[in-house]
Design a binder for this molecule. Sequence first.
Ligand code: SAM
Length: 208
Amino acid sequence: MKKSKRAKKSNSWKIKQHRDQFFKKSKTLGYRSRASFKLIELNNKFNFLKKNTNLLDLGASPGGWSQVARKMIISGKILSIDIKPMSPIRNVKFFNCDIFDDNSKKKITDFFNGKIDVAVSDMAADTTGNKSLDSIRTNLLCSEAINFSSKILKKNGVFVSKVFMGDDFIQVKTLAKSTFEKVNFFKPDSSRSESKETYLHCKILKSL
Ligand SMILES: C[S@@+](CC[C@H](N)C(=O)[O-])C[C@H]1O[C@@H](n2cnc3c(N)ncnc32)[C@H](O)[C@@H]1O
């Protein structure tokens, strides 16, 4: 009994340290969220942010990923969307809208006026306390992002998204594999190890 209490304490200390480490780092570097490091790690691994990339950032608020993207992309367009508001970032266009809404999709498509290079999604549903339900809701966002990306990405475009390793993970994986030629999974160090979150990296749209 005593031992398990100690183990729990030590585990929560490790989790806290992990959070603090990335929280402090994000403050020092002027990033709005710890999530910034996830995109940095994903890009270090897969190298998809280029100076002329046209990028869509889904679920962008408070803006950590958009800040990172803006640093790497010099001449490409960046459009960020979220159902929550986001404080402005220089040279990043923001739409306060919902990805499930057809009108949002039209606004996004009109903004780019052509196919894009990269779509990233860190979208997550608000947590309810029910882990299984939270996972299903976030994976629905990921599936919606895959379907929409298949319409706006160039043939050799890249799609990156948060996904939860929940009961419905296999459905998302199947959708990704039926949409893209190459599908990889990567869990950044900055993603908490106790979280079921991981990231999908997909490229090259399959021909219909
Ligand atoms: C983990 S946060 C994103 C953090 C962000 N990547 C950053 O670096 O600051 C997830 C975001 O997904 C957004 N979201 C959830 N459902 C959405 C939807 N249907 N359409 C657009 N955004 C959504 C939430 O409002 C939330 O801001």
